[in-house]
Design a binder for this molecule. Structure first.
Ligand code: 4AD
Ligand code: MG
Length: 435
């Protein structure tokens, strides 16, 4: 039996005859020789089919292969410096599993397709080398996130997706019917539940899909995105900032170490990633407003940053920028006010460099019962839905805090992408629910 290998294992099999199962990526041919390039999800392998050394029927089959037909090839692996992965295969046999017909050819060709066309064919577009690289960087980011928290004393406690109340304001809630005329909402954040689990386990994190009915059609917004959210008991704003900084440095380091080839394929300037080191720059919202106004922005104290403000703020920064102490007026109900100024809260946003904007939001939470009740009332939130959350302020309340990082925004920055849509296999956006 000929051993079946994957293309990334070719180096261990130089000089041997092996079998590889995959799809036809490309085909170059002349009268007497053909070069089918195979992809198998692990790499690319150029095969060499020479007419004079193959049965006539087999050479005809190879010559007439169509893009993305599924095939299993057999042949001898040989080192070849000029080939895509450093190895080539001298073709000896080929089995066609399913042949793509000329009448209905693979829709994505090497020519330039528009973004809308590619998004409509996302189920096929994922086969391209570029998408492959992005999704593998995403995988590395997620692994680094998990490794970081798992090795720093955090327990993974996942939180529900159906929730009875809003966490991040009521304007971006997706409502669903939930038996007997009840309504449920798709979670915007696991944070409120994390606060309960942090009181049980000390340090926890959740990682899962979150939903926002964002009406904004920007390059940073999805309606469904994956968020990692750590939460720590007996912790304040400075602890939150330190963990966010350490985690980001760890993620970037891990991606540089394990995904160099993918970053190269994406033509990412890795020097910019290598410059990501602690400590990150830190400033207060007050200072940020002064800088923005000096740079000509019309922003006034009391407004949230727009995307353009975030870009302006970070244009002189090599690394991420942490902005803290935001006005309470536009922040969520749960933020702890600053002890020296109740108009601002102990919240922090981490802005990525190169114009990528906010990738992390978090801070310290209110733990005083009366203050929390007042905030729930001020924000006109239904108190009944928060009874369990309020309990946490009655039974051993402590200062605590955490943050949330959107995986897709982090991946867009690390890969250097123009738009967030390519960072997730099947993006959900204002005008996109398919495929
Ligand atoms: O700043 P946000 O809204 O914070 C929270 O949800 C907190 N409850 C998190 C916490 O403290 N546990 O969202 C956190 C992050 C943002 O910084 C951004 O990276 C991402 O989630 N995010 C989005 N990513 C893609 N599309 C959207 N529509 C996003 N909204 C937020
Ligand atoms: Mg935010």
């Amino acid at each position: 039996m000929t051993p079946r290998i994957t293309i990334d294992e070719a180096g261990k099999h130089a000089g041997e005859t092996v079998q590889i199962a995959g799809w036809l990526y490309n085909l170059r041919r002349s009268g007497k020789i053909a070069f089918p390039i195979l992809r198998d999800g692990h790499g690319l392998m150029q095969c060499v089919a020479v007419k004079s050394s193959l049965p006539e029927e087999l050479f005809e089959t190879v010559k007439n292969l169509t893009q993305e037909s599924s095939i299993i090839v057999t042949g001898k692996v040989r080192a070849e410096q000029r080939a895509p992965g450093g190895y080539e295969m001298d073709l000896e046999g080929l089995e066609v599993v399913q042949r793509v017909t000329e009448a209905d050819p693979y829709p994505i060709t090497p020519k330039d397709h528009g973004t809308e066309f590619l998004m409509d064919h996302r189920h096929l577009w994922l086969r391209s080398q570029r998408q492959h690289a992005i999704i593998r960087v995403r995988h590395a980011v997620i692994k680094a996130v998990r490794d970081y928290f798992d090795s720093h004393g955090f327990t993974l406690v996942d939180t529900p997706i159906f929730t009875p109340a809003a966490c991040e304001g009521t304007t971006t809630l997706f409502e669903v019917d939930y038996f007997d005329d009840n309504k449920a909402y798709l979670t915007q954040s696991g944070q409120l539940y994390n606060e309960a689990t942090a009181m049980a386990f000390g340090k926890t994190y959740c990682f899962g899909p979150t939903f926002r009915a964002e009406k904004s059609k920007t390059r940073r917004h999805l309606t469904e995105f994956w968020m990692v959210e750590p939460e720590m008991a007996y912790a304040g704003l400075e602890d939150v900032k330190r963990v966010a900084e350490e985690m980001l440095v760890y993620i970037v380091g891990h991606v540089l170490e394990t995904r160099a080839e993918e970053l190269k394929r994406l033509e990412r300037d890795v020097a910019k990633l290598e410059a990501i080191q602690a400590p990150f720059a830190r400033m207060s919202y007050d200072e940020a407003i002064r800088i923005l106004q000096a740079k000509g922005s019309e922003i006034q104290w009391g407004s949230d940053f727009g995307g353009a403000d975030e870009t302006l703020l970070t244009e002189d920064q090599k690394g991420p920028l942490m902005v803290d102490r935001f006005p309470a007026s536009f922040k969520a109900f749960y933020f702890e006010p600053a002890p020296d100024n109740p108009d601002v809260v102990l919240g922090v946003d981490v802005l990525a460099p190169e114009g990528y904007g906010e990738i992390i939001g978090g801070g310290q939470r209110i733990y005083d019962l009366d203050l929390l009740l007042k905030r729930i009332e001020d924000h006109k939130l239904p108190k009944e839905a928060f009874d369990w959350y309020i309990d946490l302020r009655k039974y051993g309340a402590v200062p605590h805090g955490g943050f949330g990082m959107g995986i897709e925004r982090c991946v867009a920055w690390i890969c250097g992408l123009e738009h967030i849509r390519e960072t997730i296999a099947f993006p959900r956006m204002l005008y996109r629910l398919r495929p």
